[in-house]
Design a protein around this ligand. Sequence first.
Ligand code: URA
Length: 198
Amino acid sequence: MGEMDGLCVTDCTRCPALVDSRSQIVNGTGPDDADLVFVGEGPGAQEDSQGEPFVGRSGSVLDDELLAAGLEREAVRITNCVRCRPPENRDPTADELENCRGYLLQEIDLVDPEVIVTLGKVPTEHLLGRSVAVTNEAGSIEEVRLGERSRRVLICVHPAATLYDRSQRDTFESAIRTAADLAGVDDSGSGQTRLDGF
Ligand code: URA
């Protein structure tokens, strides 16, 4: 049925449609003790072929904005609500989200980040457990119980939203800057990070 080896899911067959559409399981990437965990919806075509989250166009938008906020992609953890590419890039179904939820929660538990950043409507609603208009709520932070612990979730629009609607660019940028602040990134140029107080 699928199991987790640390942070990596292996051999999962819980979602028949996704087993058919995927070419591989796309696990999260980045340090296992990252201060920030970014959660997307699910792998697209590029991610499915390369086996890594956010490596297509959305990934470039995310990487650029992280850098602008003083964060290297390699310093953060990036993962998805579902780890297998849905057919025709449709949204994951409620069942598929549920099937993959335990893996995501285990990843969050192990990494134990300061902040979880949800990229777009699907991950935001999945983790907050309510309907959310992400454009209106982007940048706000909510405490939510996930597994055994209360976690701080920062709502963000999906990077792809900025490709279709320029006005979302500022919303995205300011949410990523908030994430960097919460992770204690000091953009004064010293390269020092400030982790206390959060
Ligand atoms: N969009 C997502 O939500 N996740 C990815 O990994 C890539 C694009």
